[in-house]
Design a protein around this ligand. Structure first.
Ligand code: OAD
Length: 317
């Protein structure tokens, strides 16, 4: 689409935030790195670079989050999950900034791709938050669909073992096989999680079979590559936000994963878009790029807005 050079500067971003009432904040792993949590794709420090060094039975480190690989061999995911499952009440100045937008009545929705649940620790309200790639907060049996709170399987995950379904186990003990989980045939559904350049043409959902009578494997409700995003993602975006949003701020994501990468181009062209990250992206055209450590950038925005960003990592100004 044709873009006019309508906004450029840091002060333009400040004015936009000041004037806006319904801001979408779209976030990625970069907003948590200042807590020592790796992002995914940074060249030397990202999780995928680290996984390359391990002797995992996968060609591409992203396959740790592939539903196909999980079905073949869940131990690959669980050998990594014990290190990425996080329980913390700490959050970054960037999370605090999003919370401040909420307090000022300006936050329409925070769409996060992060599975670390840190938004909750920062006080982002559940009704303002869409966890596009799910989280560890719940887990579901791959065989019978039984859902449990995530912490019911944290101990098993942390010990590196593969959690099994208690409901299936009970049914097996009582001699009745657990209900087989129904799977939808998604085909090339746009809402399925995929890399931007993935081709699903020879993909087939039908070959997934489970061996009864073994108890099913509990999979944390993280959206793997090849799985549908939670319905709340598209419902909120199309049914609630699209016609309300007056500013989009994208923070700390490489925008390499669809359909989240399609959110900005999907929104009406008149909505201004700001990108805050260490590295620029070339495949999405933003009005304003504020490149640098996001904690530093948001602290400067707050300073110019005259807002107090109350966080121990932010020096008084
Ligand atoms: P990526 O690792 O792809 O991108 C993180 C971006 O944040 C990069 O552009 C970094 O340069 C930038 N960054 C890192 N630290 C930063 C900092 N302190 N300040 C500003 N920018 C910083 O992570 P995502 O885009 O979130 O799926 O990845 C998307 C999805 O791919 C994830 O949700 C994950 C992965 O497969 C899962 O569900 C596990």
């Amino acid at each position: 689409r044709v873009k006019l050079l309508r906004y450029n500067t840091v002060d333009d971003a400040v004015n936009l935030i000041e004037e806006s009432r319904n801001i979408i904040v779209l976030t990625g792993a970069g907003i948590s790195t200042s807590l020592g949590i790796p992002d995914f794709r940074s060249k030397n420090t990202g999780l995928y670079a680290m996984l390359k060094e391990l002797d995992l039975d996968i060609e591409d480190p992203q396959d740790v989050f592939s539903i196909e690989k999980f079905t073949e061999n869940p131990s690959i995911f669980f050998s990594v999950a014990k290190d990425i499952l996080l329980e913390t009440d700490r959050f970054t100045p960037t999370h605090a900034f999003i919370h401040l937008l909420q307090q000022k009545g300006k936050l329409l929705t925070n769409y996060t791709q992060n599975i670390d649940n840190i938004e909750a620790a920062a006080g982002i309200l559940p009704e303002k938050l869409i966890q596009c790639h799910g989280s560890f907060a719940t887990a579901t049996c791959r065989k019978c669909g039984h859902k449990v709170p995530g912490d019911a399987i944290y101990a098993e995950i942390k010990s590196g073992s593969i959690p099994r379904c208690k409901q299936c186990t009970r049914s097996l003990q009582s001699g009745r096989p657990a209900l087989k989980r129904k799977r939808s045939k998604n085909g090339q559904d746009k809402n399925r999680r995929r890399n931007n350049d993935d081709d699903f043409s020879d993909d087939d959902d039908d070959d997934e079979q489970y061996d009864i009578p073994e108890a099913g494997i509990m999979k944390p409700d993280i959206t793997f590559f090849g799985e549908q995003l939670p319905d709340a993602f598209s419902n909120r975006l199309t049914g609630h936000d699209k016609n309300k949003v007056d500013l989009v701020i994208v923070i700390g994501t490489s925008l390499k994963v669809a359909p989240v990468s399609e959110v900005v181009p999907y929104l009406p062209a008149h909505v201004p878009q700001v990108y805050i990250s260490m590295d620029p992206v070339s495949h999405v055209n933003f009005d304003i790029d504020l490149l640098g450590q996001c904690d530093v950038v948001v602290a400067e925005l707050c300073r110019r807005l005259g807002w107090k960003l109350d966080h121990p990592m932010v020096k008084d100004h």
